[in-house]
Design a protein around this ligand. Structure first.
Ligand code: INI
Length: 156
């Protein structure tokens, strides 16, 4: 029988920070609501959730890093939320690409789980669909991944 280790969805006693971009704010606010709801429904206390907002997805990695290194209450995990819509310029690729790379680096070098709740879509409609309209809510998914990762790391 192989030994198997899985993280459970229990956030009791754990602290989480949500770092969210203000760009495409209406969509990102839906992601934040979904993430907060998922945390609360899985045992996290209101007072153990910190929400920090920054200008755009480009800024997310720096703010995440700052919350990990210098935040007043170091969280057990961070949920990064944003929304990058392609439009018609190459700006999308730079913003989305650097955001993803920076968040991956923050997680890898700090050891603190950073879940990736940044929508990258071609259209506003696709983003709305993934922010609670038709295709789930990426904020919920990112929060659940963060809870599971904290529990998993505690078991390894
Ligand atoms: N920021 C986003 O979060 N989403 C976008 O779609 C976006 N677009 O398309 O430009 C965006 N740009 C702003 C960027 O994140 C920075 O805040 C800005 O460049 C200042 O550094």
């Amino acid at each position: 029988m192989p030994t198997s280790i899985d993280g459970h969805l229990t956030g009791t006693g754990k602290k989480f920070a949500i770092v969210a971009a203000r760009f495409n704010g209406a969509i990102v606010e839906s992601l934040i609501s979904g993430a907060v709801d998922a945390l609360i429904r899985n045992g996290v206390r209101d007072q153990d959730i910190l929400v920090v907002r920054c200008p755009g997805a480009w800024e997310l990695p720096l703010v995440v890093r700052q919350v990990i290194d210098n935040g007043k209450k170091k969280p057990d995990a961070i949920i990064a939320l944003g929304c990058v819509i392609r439009g018609e310029t190459p700006h999308f690729d730079f913003v989305a690409g650097e955001c993803a790379k920076g968040l991956a680096a923050a997680q890898a070098t700090s050891g603190v789980p950073v879940s990736f709740g940044v929508l990258t879509t071609d259209t506003t409609e696709q983003a709305q669909a993934r922010a609670g309209l038709k295709a789930g809510n990426k904020g919920v998914d990112a929060a659940l991944a963060a809870i599971e990762m904290v529990d998993l790391l505690g078991r390894l």
